[in-house]
Design a protein around this ligand. Structure first.
Ligand code: NAP
Length: 246
């Protein structure tokens, strides 16, 4: 596991947006960021799941989060602009963005991969993250220490049979991260990096490996040290890196 112990209140007074915050790794990250003092903006497509995370954060006495039910598959450029305007009005700032939401799509050969599923995977995993990040950049540029994290995968660095659009979307994610990191480097206070969580105990992992005993892999909470390190000030100067959470 990535070796980092976050100081208390690491993210005090920061506003951090997490996508896919209702389940799995995004849920753990939202709660870890809130526990570190951040006001977390919970974005996801299933309102009930977001509400549950909201309630858990409130019950723990952490800063009151914000709820943003939004489907990255159907959201328009206008929706993202509207969200940026709302964050500006409500908080006047944004210091971090964790692009975490993704879908797995099909695990079948390219020869025969369903074209509409291909487009759906690319829309959520790549286009949605691009549009959201682009809309948030003006706010992030105003922060004196901002961090953008993209979520990759082992199959986003080395292609593997039957991983189809998911693998290709993760290669694209690494590309987007590198291009943006190079563009903001030296001219802003924004750092841009990606995390490969590694095999982690979530619904996505169970769908990809239905025969695997769930306890084989670390939980989302176990992999939070790297998520905290990259979101907080201790990672200042880390730019354009593809890092492994395990
Ligand atoms: P997960 O348990 O399936 O959670 C994914 C989250 O993304 C869910 O909250 C889901 O919402 C949300 N989401 C999916 N489609 C969305 C959409 N169209 N609009 C808004 N939100 C959407 O997956 P996970 O394992 O935590 O994965 C998190 C990230 O880590 C992903 O980028 C994944 O590719 C990456 N990753 C995971 C593993 C692993 O072993 N788990 C390994 C490598 C990389 P709902 O809850 O409403 O479905």
């Amino acid at each position: 596991m990535y070796d980092y112990q976050a100081p208390e209140q690491l993210l005090k007074d920061r506003v951090i947006l997490v996508t896919g915050a209702g389940d799995g790794i995004g849920r753990a990250a939202a709660k870890a960021y809130a526990a570190a003092g951040a006001t977390v903006v919970l974005l996801g497509r299933t309102l009930e799941k977001l509400e549950q995370v909201y309630d858990e954060i409130e019950a723990a006495g952490h800063p009151q989060p914000a709820l943003v039910p939004l489907n990255l598959e159907s959201a328009s450029e206008h929706d993202y602009q509207e969200l940026a305007a709302k964050l500006e009005t409500e908080f006047g700032r944004l210091d971090g963005l964790l692009n975490n939401a993704s879908i797995l799509g099909l695990r079948t050969p390219i020869d025969g991969y369903d074209a509409s599923t291909w487009q759906q995977v690319m829309q959520i995993n790549v286009n949605g993250a691009f549009l959201l990040t682009q809309a948030m950049l003006p706010l992030l540029k105003e922060s004196d220490d901002a961090s953008v994290i993209f979520t990759s995968s082992g199959v986003g660095r080395k292609g593997r049979a039957y991983w189809g659009a998911y693998a290709v979307s993760k290669f694209a994610t690494e590309g987007l991260m590198q291009v943006l990191a190079d563009e903001v480097d030296g001219i802003s206070n924004i750092r841009v990096n990606s995390i490969n969580p590694g095999a982690t105990r979530t619904n996505m992992r169970t769908t990809a490996y239905p025969g695997e005993p769930p306890t084989t892999n670390p939980t989302p909470d176990d992999i939070m040290p790297l998520y905290l390190f990259l979101m907080g000030p201790d990672s200042k100067g880390t730019q354009g890196q593809s890092l492994d959470a395990q």
